[in-house]
Ligand binder design. Structure first.
Ligand code: AMP
Length: 473
């Protein structure tokens, strides 16, 4: 019995080795698609691509269990492009339909078509809410090969008689669990019933709650199940750390700034918060303290959101502060860091948030600030990801930032950067010095950071390697 797991393990490794040596050329994609893949800089297919694409090209239904960052967009875009090479679009009768839960995600899939479909003269219509209806309808009128839509706006077009669904040959439902969270399932079911029985369906979800299982068994026909990650699994290339934080809001912001300064290799980062109001507050506070920050949350109108996303993608904004609306499906390659200002209340949101970094095999770092009050949410996360997360020793860096030069520990590279950021802090700012945050900033540093004192070991926190100078009163 002791050897029982050996066979499954061998099969698992054999599968991994097989996938590792797979080439795009082995998948059955057309030469035009392969050329675009090479131009996009993709050399090896990701696991979900290697497994899903051959089946999709055989016109089989695919049920993909994969999270953002796994390369799942190309897993449906590439076979769709190959398929669209035969035939052409007719007025008001799109040939393929991709359903996305958010406008941002829909816009990103459109971008994937621009990159990967550059050798195909296809008409792609983006049907999302928050922007004018008529130009979208006009595009469908002329004949669209691909419609990328959020469910509500798609039904709007259909109900106004501007769109026929009878010509759809392929349907993609992306981020189905997110659709469920957002209350889109009735719309999805309605749409599925309007589409021809003969269509092919590719269905993607990071998790499979019972409600999703019910929908897949109703609408998918003998699907090929492709699974790249276990539920709640996080990408191995992400370094995950916890940071103790005080409960009081302004002190927590102080702690965030200290944390940000410890990370000298931030290329671009997303700072997640549980509340829209905190997002707005953090943006103001960080900007005031010299950080290049921007905000993204559900209350911003569509054009402001897209503008902010573009600025972040173009590295004009380094720290994007976002609410969970942006947590899923935001495709920004090479995000180096994710900071959770709050512990997400739903454990699965943690997986989605940190999935913004460590994409397609790249390294990433994710830090989660934890107050004593948030410890209960942390437990659920650790259970979900089946991992106990270590605490990052922020105290040593705090000491470096505040101690006179001669007393600083000899950690040269970090010290240099910390000092540089501290200098930014000292530059004159517009905010009146009487504001509470500014007052705190100017106070005499206490020998032990308050937020570390706030969360003692006996309160269920793992203290990490707390240096002696922090535990002395
Ligand atoms: P997705 O999971 O579809 O959101 O993709 C995550 C990121 O990985 C995107 O930035 C893609 O451009 C990138 N990507 C997808 N497939 C590959 C690949 N085969 N090689 C390298 N990068 C990829």
């Amino acid at each position: 019995m002791a050897n029982a797991p050996v066979v499954p393990n061998l099969l698992y490794f054999a599968r991994l080795v097989f996938l590792t040596y797979m080439n795009f050329a082995d998948l059955g994609l057309s030469p035009k698609v392969l050329e675009a893949v090479t131009a996009a800089g993709y050399t090896t297919p990701t696991a979900i691509q290697a497994e899903a694409i051959p089946h999709a090209l055989q016109r089989k239904d695919v049920l993909g269990l994969a999270q953002t960052g796994s390369g799942k967009t190309a897993a449906f875009v590439l076979p769709m492009l190959s398929m669209l090479e035969k035939g052409r679009a007719r007025a008001r009768m799109p040939r393929t339909l991709i359903l996305e839960p958010t406008r941002e995600l829909a816009a990103q899939v459109e971008e994937s078509f621009a990159t990967l479909g550059k050798n195909h003269k296809l008409t792609v219509a983006l049907l999302i809410g928050g922007v004018a209806f008529e130009p979208q309808a006009a595009k469908i009128d002329r004949g669209a090969d691909v419609v990328i839509a959020t469910p509500g706006r798609l039904l709007d077009h259909f109900e106004r008689g501007r769109l026929l669904m009878t010509g759809i040959e392929m349907l993609v439902i992306d981020e189905a669990d997110r659709m469920l969270d957002m209350g889109f399932m009735p719309d999805i079911e309605k749409i599925c019933k309007l589409l021809p029985f003969t269509k092919q369906t590719m269905f993607f979800s990071a998790t499979m709650p019972p409600e999703i299982q019910r929908v897949t068994s109703q609408f998918l026909h003998n699907p090929i199940r492709v699974e790249t990650t276990a539920r709640g699994s996080t990408v191995e290339t992400i370094t995950q750390m916890l940071v103790k934080a005080p409960h009081e809001a302004a002190a927590k912001r102080d702690a965030l700034r200290i944390l940000l300064r410890t990370q000298t290799n931030v290329k671009n980062a997303i700072i997640f918060s549980n509340r829209k109001t905190t997002v707005a507050l953090l943006e103001k506070s960080l900007t005031r303290h010299g950080f290049n920050a921007g905000a993204l949350h559900g209350d911003m109108d569509q054009s402001a959101r897209l503008k902010m996303l573009t600025a972040f993608r173009n590295n004009e904004v380094t720290y994007l502060i976002a609410s969970d609306v942006a947590a899923r499906g935001l495709d920004i390659p090479e995000v180096s860091h994710v900071f959770n200002f709050d512990v997400p209340i739903h454990a699965e949101d943690y997986v989605h948030r940190i999935g913004r970094t460590g994409r397609a095999g790249r390294d990433g770092a994710a830090f989660t600030m934890v107050t004593r009050e948030e410890a209960k949410y942390l437990k659920a996360i650790e259970t979900l990801i089946n991992k106990e997360l270590p605490y990052f020793d922020i105290g040593a860096v705090e000491e470096m930032a505040e101690a006179p030069k001669a007393e600083r520990p000899a950690r040269a590279p970090r010290r240099a950067k910390t000092a540089k950021v501290a200098q930014v802090e000292e530059t004159p700012v517009k905010a009146p010095v009487t504001k509470p945050e500014r007052v705190r900033e100017n106070r005499k540093p206490s020998p032990k950071p308050e937020f570390l004192a706030d969360a003692p070991n006996d309160q269920g926190f793992h203290a990490g390697n707390m240096p002696a100078f922090l535990t002395k009163r």
